[in-house]
Design a protein around this ligand. Structure first.
Ligand code: 6U4
Ligand code: NA
Ligand code: NA
Length: 159
């Protein structure tokens, strides 16, 4: 397919507490939104290594059981921007204490209280699959960077 830029996104789930960890993004792309933890995959780095690194940089913890669950393609029709391929990971065990970074302020949310009104417009479409432990792929097209104009999402068996 077309060239794309690879990103990671890690959502930490606390099964016992029935909650998920998100971060309020404090700077850069998507500032002001709540999101999973993640960022750009660097040259020579695996997607898994990037996901672990970004979680540590942004939330101060080391994942011990991360699994890849989704691959989401984001197309921006208003900018000469490469499409993004965001690899979504699930994590439920980690070492260390969660702490804020200069990029993200972590906050736990009950599963029925995920703040979709302050999240990227695609999130409501794939979160149900994520919470049901499904694997998924999809494409989301945005205009003016943040307005969702088209999408598809589906469960997959061969992520
Ligand atoms: P720098 O500042 O260059 O180190 P970096 O942390 O590498 O940045 P960043 O934070 O800009 O990258 O990465 C964007 C983050 O936002 C990734 O975790 C992917 C996530 N993301 C981007 N678009 C998204 C969208 N539409 N929906 C979503 N997450 C998105 O749920
Ligand atoms: Na980031
Ligand atoms: Na980065």
């Amino acid at each position: 397919g077309a060239a794309h830029r690879a990103f990671t996104l890690v959502v930490v789930r606390d099964y016992e507490g029935g909650r998920v960890l998100l971060g309020e993004k404090l700077r850069g792309f998507g500032a002001g939104y709540y999101n999973g933890f993640g960022g750009k995959v660097e040259r020579g780095e695996t997607v898994e290594a990037a996901a672990a690194r970004e979680l540590t940089e942004e939330a101060n913890v080391e994942a011990t059981n991360m699994t890849r669950r989704g691959a989401l393609r984001f197309v921006f029709d208003d900018k000469p921007l490469e499409p993004w391929l965001v690899h979504v990971f699930h994590c439920s065990r980690y070492d260390g204490e969660i702490a804020a970074s200069d990029e993200m302020r972590p906050e736990w949310f009950d599963l029925d209280d995920v703040p979709f009104e302050n999240m990227w417009a695609d999130d409501p479409y794939w979160w149900p699959l994520f919470l049901e432990e499904k694997e998924f792929v999809g494409t989301f097209t945005f205009t003016n960077t943040t307005t969702l104009v088209d999408y598809w999402i589906r469960e997959t068996k061969d992520l």
